[in-house]
Design a protein around this ligand. Structure first.
Ligand SMILES: Cc1cc2nc3c(=O)[nH]c(=O)nc-3n(C[C@H](O)[C@H](O)[C@H](O)COP(=O)(O)OP(=O)(O)OC[C@H]3O[C@@H](n4cnc5c(N)ncnc54)[C@H](O)[C@@H]3O)c2cc1C
Length: 458
């Protein structure tokens, strides 16, 4: 084993970091500080050749292999005890072709990297709402963000991907080449190989009008009742999600209310700016507004506005559900548990996934749930491990209360926790068997199993 790892050092151009290296503690850390793991080696791959060599060496040495893009996996899939980590963070390039409205993106890029590069040309594609999240993991699991109603999920905007597979081949997956692999990459997570390069379709999005609107917790039933109707019929340029939020010390929130709990709508109008007054009026009228920060801003400004709430090093425990319809009973469950949110970084987000997301057939991509109104995620995030029991308890109790009213067995795989493995099959619905068959074609020995794992069909 040692000889194989020594040889790997000679084969790759990126840094190979072992426990005796001063950079080791930095190299082994992931966003969720609960996962304090000690890999045998972290290989900072600079190109596909490095990835290929590492994938093969890990198998030769009989070691587990973790693949890390942005490192945001809540179950900590981007690291592993005693195994090898492929760290794609040196591969963060973004090449934009403004004429064809395409971006070619390295497997370790973050949404901040992509937004920065595309915004210069007045273009964007659906990404996450935090700029430090990886393009890789987020896209491969689906990808829900401000622009999803208008342009679909991140994976719906994937045009092609270059993938290093378990046997060391490099395949291009698209609608025309290895279309089964391309189908599986759009929702199937990291199950099928290491994507070294993504190609995305871009859309004309420069400035947006948006930001958060805060209401009193007592008004949450009215806000939720209004919101479910509003977002089912609003123009698709309007992205707006519901959230609970303990007020951070920001200038637009009255100082005496800092630390109080509110409900909020986080808005993003990515077009139809001449109709903004009309489209925002009902949001300002539904209940008294305590604070708001809605304005015209560059899209990347909104997409990085909440980064400070979720710095690296917090403890994370999340649970999730797709929501077919937000029922009165569902609202009552949210209103009972949401206001108990224990920490400023914790929240529940209710993301709308209608509009363009519904125009893709359920069997067109591995992401199966194309008739849901919302994706709910209860995201517990707090700094002190001594508070784990209280915070994990809040997430579990909240989820147990809403789940009976969700009308769906599954949840968005990128927001499942590590103890949700029994929900993976349900989260792929009718696509599970096909995904297992694609897995058997491209990764029959389940080399890539540190993910929400789909076992290869036998
Ligand atoms: C603070 C925060 C905010 C979030 N916001 C959103 C949001 O707005 N919308 C949303 O949809 N989700 C969101 N998520 C969830 C997010 O989609 C998942 O955590 C996702 O897995 C993160 O991807 P990553 O590359 O950063 O993570 P990593 O931990 O690096 O990887 C996650 C998984 O993807 C695999 N993977 C990553 N890159 C590659 C690659 N290039 N090739 C093959 N496999 C790869 C890994 O092996 C692992 O299994 C958020 C998560 C956090 C922690």
């Amino acid at each position: 084993m040692t000889a194989i790892l020594d040889t790997l050092r000679d084969q790759v151009r990126g840094d190979v970091i072992t426990p005796d290296d001063p950079a080791y503690d930095d190299a082994r850390s992931v966003h969720n500080a609960m996962h304090d793991r000690r890999p045998a080696e972290v290989v900072r791959c600079v190109d596909a050749a490095d990835v290929r060599a590492t994938v093969l060496a890990a198998q030769d040495a009989g070691l587990e292999l973790a693949v890390r893009g942005g490192g945001h996996s809540v179950p900590g899939f981007g690291t592993v005890d005693d195994g090898i980590v492929i760290d794609l963070s040196p591969m963060r390039y973004v090449h934009v072709d403004p004429e064809r409205r395409r971006a070619r993106v390295g497997g370790g890029a973050t949404w901040g990297d992509l937004d920065h590069a595309t915004h210069a040309f007045g273009l964007a594609t659906t990404g996450g709402i935090i700029s430090t999240t990886g393009v890789g993991g987020l896209t491969l699991g689906g990808g829900i963000g401000h622009l999803a109603r208008g342009f679909g999920l991140s994976c719906d905007n994937l045009v092609s991907a270059d993938v290093v597979t378990a046997d060391g081949r490099m395949l291009t997956a698209s609608a025309d080449e290895h279309d089964d692999l391309f189908w599986g990459l759009r929702g199937g997570g990291g199950n099928l190989g290491v994507v070294v390069s993504f190609e995305f379709a871009l859309h004309p999005v420069g400035e947006i009008i948006g930001g958060p609107i805060f209401y009193e917790v007592e008004d949450a039933p009215a806000v939720l009742d209004f919101y479910r109707r509003y977002i089912s019929g609003a123009p698709e340029e309007m992205g707006a999600f519901f959230a609970w939020q303990i007020a951070p010390p920001l200038p637009f929130i009255p100082e005496e209310r800092h630390g109080d709990t509110f409900c909020a709508l986080v808005t993003c109008l990515a077009g139809r700016h001449d109709e903004a007054d009309e489209l925002f009026k009902p949001l300002f009228d539904v209940a008294p507004v305590v604070a708001q920060h809605v304005g015209r801003m560059p899209y990347p400004a909104l997409n990085s506005a909440f980064d400070a709430l979720v710095p690296p090093g917090l403890q994370h425990y999340w649970k999730a559900d797709f929501v077919r319809e937000l029922t009165d009973e569902g609202i009552a469950a949210h209103v009972e548990h949401g206001p108990r949110v224990p920490h400023m970084s914790s929240t529940m987000h209710l993301y709308p996934i209608n509009g363009a997301v519904h125009r893709v057939a359920p069997d067109e991509t591995a992401f199966a749930y194309r008739d849901m109104q919302f994706a709910a995620v209860i995201a517990g995030m707090w700094p002190d491990p001594a508070d784990n029991e209280q915070n994990i308890g809040w997430v579990r109790d909240y989820w147990s209360a809403i789940h009976p009213h969700s009308g769906a067995e599954g949840a968005y795989v990128n927001c499942l926790s590590g103890d949700d493995q029994n929900r993976i099959r349900g989260s792929y619905g009718g696509n599970y068997e096909r995904l297992a068959a694609v897995k058997a074609t491209y990764d029959p020995d389940n080399v890539f199993h540190l993910n929400q794992n789909v076992a290869p069909a036998r």
